[in-house]
Design a protein around this ligand. Structure first.
Ligand code: FE2
Ligand code: FE2
Length: 352
């Protein structure tokens, strides 16, 4: 569907849905991507309204990647397997206030082994796909686990520490399983009492973990302190800077990134580019080194970001090669895959 737009409201990147003529001369052709100069030209010749192509981007199609032989980080089988196990653990927490630590270790090792095996130079991260899976808390635990593990790998923590952070991140929000869904999913204008209940989830999570036999201080710190902020504005204790454990600082970044890019009952999912930009602007709240690492993994246009290229193609970021943080690999609406690090002739003209 095309739509009419006032010339004064046009944006760089809008695409013309019809030829623009002046007399019988075609000035701009249908399909042209507008830039500042072309918009100025339209103003100069006195056009007030023009028809532009609707802002519809393609949906991400993981099967296209598969067809093209592109490796994704976590395959469908593993996702299903882990999803089922996380739900069993959650059920046990809801019913018995505890879980079987062996079961959690098993899940965490499955994900860890897969990431360890598949995270190479040019692996394509498929977090986006996980967002379609069932209820938020399960998907969120899974995504935060993947992100925390990747960050720890990239920071080059010892393998034993990475295994522990994998466990801690998988458990970070288990306290939420004890909070009624109608409160968790309520619009954010909550009463103080309800908000305080939500804010108690890190401590409740710690209690559940201890009750289930988890005693490692690092693992427990990730659960208890993932909402602390470097500048002291977090909870439950308002800790600052290095008083917050490295585990908690890593999980905090993974947690916020996934929360911002996920759709919730009370908010739309942010596009990954906006989420990344927002995190980068909150440098006083998050650990610098961890934020830098997230960019090293994702680039400034993380997977799932919709882009419009200067050749008029609409596309989806599917990955970023190491060291090419400004030039991602994209999947276009005609299914062409373009590695922008090899195509200096192409510009990103719009971020969707
Ligand atoms: Fe949390
Ligand atoms: Fe969380």
């Amino acid at each position: 569907m095309n739509s009419w737009k006032k010339v004064d409201e046009l944006l760089e990147g809008d695409i013309l849905a019809e030829d623009i003529e002046d007399g019988n001369k075609i000035l701009l052709k249908k399909g042209e991507v507008l830039d500042d100069q072309k918009i100025e030209l339209l103003r100069r010749i006195g056009i007030e309204w023009i028809c532009i192509e609707a802002d519809e981007f393609l949906d991400f199609k993981p099967e296209v990647l598969k067809d093209k032989g592109i490796d994704v980080l976590i395959n469908e089988e593993i996702i299903k397997q882990v999803d089922k196990k996380i739900k069993e653990i959650a059920k046990s927490i809801v019913e018995n206030d505890s879980f079987d630590p062996k079961a959690v270790e098993e899940v965490s090792e499955t994900i860890f082994d897969t990431i360890f095996l598949n995270y190479k130079e040019n692996v394509f991260l498929n977090l986006i796909k996980l967002k379609n899976y069932d209820e938020y808390t399960f998907t969120h635990l899974f995504n935060v686990n993947i992100l925390s593990t990747l960050i720890s790998l990239e920071i080059k923590l010892e393998k034993e520490s990475i295994k522990k952070i994998s466990l801690s991140s998988l458990l970070h929000d288990i306290g939420k399983l004890k909070i009624p869904l109608n409160i968790l999913n309520a619009p954010r204008a909550l009463t103080k009492q309800k908000f305080d209940l939500i804010k108690s989830h890190p401590v409740m999570g710690r209690e559940i973990a201890v009750r289930s036999g988890v005693s490692d201080a690092d693992i427990l710190s990730g659960i208890t302190y993932h909402h602390e902020r470097i500048n002291g504005t977090g909870y439950p204790e308002g800790l600052k800077g290095d008083d917050i454990s490295l585990f908690a600082r890593i999980i905090a970044v993974a947690d916020v990134y996934d929360a911002l890019t996920s759709e919730r009952s009370y908010k739309k999912a942010w596009n990954p580019y906006k989420a990344m930009s927002t995190l980068l602007q909150s440098v006083n709240a998050y650990d610098d080194k961890v934020l830098n690492t997230l960019i090293r993994i994702f680039g400034i246009y993380p997977p799932g970001t919709k882009l419009l290229l200067s050749n008029g193609k609409k596309c989806f970021v599917i990955g970023t090669k190491k060291g090419k943080i400004f030039r991602p690999v994209v999947l276009c609406d005609d299914e062409e895959i373009i590695d922008l690090s090899d195509r200096k002739d192409l510009k990103v003209v719009k971020v969707g």
